[in-house]
Design a protein around this ligand. Structure first.
Ligand SMILES: *Cc1c(COP(=O)(O)O)cnc(C)c1O
Length: 450
């Protein structure tokens, strides 16, 4: 019999202690942080599932590469290695390093969009939406209808509604759509993958109307693994071959290396368009840095160059996707409503279904996240009414899994905590907003119990 147990495909060389707090301490900490877990000191969190962004553990190969980082202002060999790694996977002509994904977004939309434009996406991530809106353009989300139904399973729930894209182009006109974006995997939609078939259809629609297609590529490796395991014809492809095939359908990308770059900081912007690349580099110099470092240290470029390759390793991807699904399966088996099927980097609890007595205006997602912290010191994040305001179609609590950080027993602990909260869900009350900032309010909002 072949061995069925899937293990963490690494051993641990350096450990970082985590700290318990008492329930009384957590009660006080919740009040002090105004029920917004972004405002908690990280040392008071036991298991931090706030985000998978920049929270991954680097490998011995990455740490070794950092030591050969060259810190020359211009023309660093570290940039050369970074560029070759990115081009080997993404295949685009110009590679522009940035300090993280949102800097790539800001530069891309500043150069390509103006007031009155419309940018379609399967679903905009929060920083992507904010950067589109900041230049006066409209961010249009066009997910397939199944994406709006948390309980409905679909192998490629991240897909874009191609008919809706065609209708939008017909309605507003091609001139007002400077680019189309496809987010792989669809983070705000539940970490759900986009199929190659869908990417091909979106690409064909874009080419027909001569609109450039850009990928928001943050979790391209996880998306590739889902295609390998779920889409017919890709069983024998490597994740890297799948990634290359997908990126060839587009004209460029934005990327946060804090996700599938397996790095703690960094990002990049790619394009095949020479004129745009020139404008983008001019803006980069103004606010990020010279085009061979873009706000990053040479050692960061080295860590990303290695991390992008490691993120595409099959045994790593298998462990990652399987352990995320394990968390989802064990809580949903007890009745906890989650976005089905489990996503790549996170499990999303449907807070409206978990707390049906708390209306969206009373922030059920924020209330549930606060309760998971109170019960077991777990930090998660609301993706719902606090994050998106009245745009929010769902109130979700995201449990994002940092890469290569937690083990099976940590996941078992998280399952137990969630199930305890599930048992006493009827007692959980909603919250009201007492302070909000004009942009991205969820990061700094203050709330109080109703
Ligand atoms: C994280 C993320 C971004 C922004 O990247 P940062 O590095 O956090 O600035 C953009 N899009 C998606 C889908 C993301 O997950």
């Amino acid at each position: 019999m072949p061995i069925k147990t899937i293990i963490e495909p690494f051993k641990i060389k350096s450990v970082e202690p985590i700290r318990w707090t008492t329930r009384a301490e957590r009660e006080r900490l919740l009040v002090q942080s105004h029920y917004n877990l972004f405002l908690l000191p990280a040392e008071d969190v036991l298991i931090d599932l706030l985000t998978d962004s920049g929270t991954g553990a680097m490998s011995t190969r990455q740490w070794a590469a950092m030591m050969i980082g060259d810190e020359s202002y211009a023309g660093s060999p570290s940039f050369e290695r970074f560029r070759q790694s990115v081009q080997g996977i993404f295949g685009y002509k110009h590679v522009i390093p940035t300090h993280q994904g949102r800097a790539a977004e800001r530069i891309l939309f500043s150069v390509m969009c103006k007031k009155g434009d419309v940018v379609p996406n399967n679903t905009h991530f929060d920083t992507t939406r904010a950067n589109v809106e900041f230049v006066g353009a409209e961010a249009a989300d066009l997910p397939i209808p199944e994406a709006r139904q948390p309980a409905t399973a679909h192998p490629f729930k991240g897909n874009m509604d191609v008919a809706a894209l065609e209708q939008l182009i017909a309605r507003v006109g091609r001139e007002r759509i400077p680019l189309v974006m496809l987010t792989i995997t669809n983070n705000s939609g539940g970490g759900q993958p986009v199929s190659m078939e869908n990417a091909r259809a979106v690409s064909a629609a874009c080419r027909k109307h001569k609109i450039p297609l850009y990928f928001d590529a943050c979790r391209f490796a996880e998306n590739s693994y889902f295609i390998k395991t779920r889409e017919k014809g890709y069983e024998h492809h490597t994740p890297k071959q799948i990634a290359r095939e997908m990126f060839a359908l587009g004209d460029g990308c934005t990327m946060s290396a804090k996700k599938d770059g397996l790095a703690n900081i960094g990002g990049f912007l790619c394009t095949n368009d020479d004129a745009l690349a020139q404008q983008e580099k001019n803006l980069l110099i103004l606010t990020e840095g010279y085009p061979t470092y873009g706000g990053l240290a040479g050692r960061d470029l080295e860590a990303i160059a290695v991390g992008l390759e490691e993120a595409l390793e099959e045994d790593y991807l298998k462990y990652r996707i399987v352990s995320t699904a394990y968390l989802g399966r064990h809580i949903s088996a007890e009745g906890v409503p989650i976005v089905q099927p489990p996503g790549g980097h996170a499990i999303y609890i449907d807070a409206r279904a978990f707390l049906p007595h708390v209306p969206p205006a009373a922030f059920p997602g924020v209330a549930l996240a606060a309760e998971l912290y109170l019960e077991g010191g777990i930090r998660s994040v609301e993706i719902g009414t606090l994050m998106f305001g009245a745009h929010a179609e769902m109130d979700l609590v995201r449990l994002a899994i940092p890469r290569r950080v937690y083990t099976q027993s940590h996941v078992d602990y998280v399952i137990e905590v969630i199930l305890e909260v599930w048992k006493r869900r009827a007692e959980i009350r909603g919250l009201k907003l007492v302070y909000e900032a004009p942009f991205l309010r969820h990061f700094t909002a203050r709330l109080a119990p109703l």
